[in-house]
Design a protein around this ligand. Structure first.
Ligand SMILES: NC(=O)c1ccc[n+]([C@@H]2O[C@H](COP(=O)([O-])OP(=O)(O)OC[C@H]3O[C@@H](n4cnc5c(N)ncnc54)[C@H](OP(=O)(O)O)[C@@H]3O)[C@@H](O)[C@H]2O)c1
Length: 305
């Protein structure tokens, strides 16, 4: 099969190669991959016990080819989208991938394209976990990094849950942030952005989600005393003024919510923002684009276009 692999441990750039499809166990599915979501993590999220050549990638959408004897929830022919990370047998940037049945796997509605479906698992999972960590009571929310894969979903889902949202991106993305539902859009390069948020919500917002790396400290400055802050990128910072600081919880199971999100997207109630769909062979271009941290929404690779 075709796959984008790291040829050996420590290799920096994945390359297109012909490799054997993965052998599956009784508790795994073999999925024929139709589209792959691309993220900044793809080039470095590797298990310590990876077998080489190692196909990179942690999310995709496709069709179940075979299901192991111990798998009851999924069957050959099912349309699925999934997160499969840190698997020694390899990741999703391949024509076939072995997916453990206990991975985050959701059905793809018939009316949804595999390209849209592939854009959702990692970003959807992350946003849903972040929103759950904020708790059920909605208030005012600042999102640092509103125009990327996570931010575009975070704005929409937070607004749907009743949050009033301010978000940051560069000047050229202001109208875009508002089109997603942000009441206030600020330019993170403008030295006055925090003052603008505090003018919008005197005393500070109830909570912030710091998506981009190194945005947590700045975000903390616009949160009210006793509010909350979720760091998506894992920034470390000292809590202050009674603000509860959390890294997005990895253990939270949001599978049911992700399934509902797929239906909401299929019904046109939530937009999946995709900046670019590239052919599988152009995966290097996709990695380079996400590495700039200036993609608008998601980049997706399509197989069998
Ligand atoms: N914890 C988890 O489970 C988890 C899961 C997935 C990802 N992550 C983390 O989330 C981060 C990536 O999020 P993503 O995929 O949404 O990123 P992304 O798609 O690469 O975000 C790109 C967008 O961010 C904006 N941006 C860049 N620098 C910014 C800044 N300093 N302040 C505000 N906006 C900025 C850009 O806007 P402009 O072009 O207008 O500058 C661009 O539209 C990474 O750190 C990744 O490790 C964590």
């Amino acid at each position: 099969m075709k796959a984008f692999v790291l040829p050996y441990a420590g290799a920096e750039l994945p390359q297109l190669a012909e490799v054997a499809p993965p052998a599956t166990s009784a508790d795994e599915l073999l999925v024929r991959v139709k589209a792959v979501g691309v993220g900044i993590h793809d080039s470095y999220f590797l298990p310590g016990d990876a077998t080489y050549p190692y196909p990179i990638g942690i999310e995709a959408a496709g069709v179940v080819e075979t299901a192991g004897l111990a798998v009851t929830a999924h069957h050959p022919g099912d349309r699925v989208a999934f997160v499969s990370s840190m698997q020694p047998k390899g990741g999703t940037w391949a024509e076939f991938v072995a997916v453990r049945a206990d991975s985050l796997i959701v059905s793809v509605p018939e009316t949804m394209s595999f390209v849209e479906a592939a854009a959702l698992p990692v970003a959807g999972n992350t946003v849903l976990r972040a929103l759950r960590a904020l708790g059920p009571a909605a208030g005012s929310l600042f999102i640092a990094g509103g125009s990327g894969a996570i931010g575009t979903l975070a704005i929409q889902l937070a607004v749907r849950r009743g949050w009033r949202v301010a978000a940051s991106a560069s000047e050229g993305n202001r109208d875009y942030l508002r089109s997603l539902g942000a009441e206030l859009a600020v330019d993170y390069r403008d030295p006055c952005w925090a003052a603008q948020v505090l003018r919008w919500m005197p005393g500070g917002v109830d909570a912030a989600i710091a998506v981009q790396p190194d945005t947590s400290t700045g975000s903390l400055g616009v949160v009210r005393d006793g509010g909350g802050l979720i760091s998506i990128s894992g920034d470390r910072l000292e809590p202050e003024r009674g603000i509860v600081v959390q890294v997005v919880p990895h253990s939270a199971d949001v599978g049911d919510e992700l399934s509902r999100l797929m239906l909401d997207v299929a019904a046109g109630e939530v937009r999946v923002e995709i900046e670019q769909v590239l052919a599988f062979e152009d995966a290097g271009e996709a990695l380079a684009k996400v590495a700039t941290r200036h993609a608008r929404g998601k980049i997706v690779l399509q197989l069998d276009a």
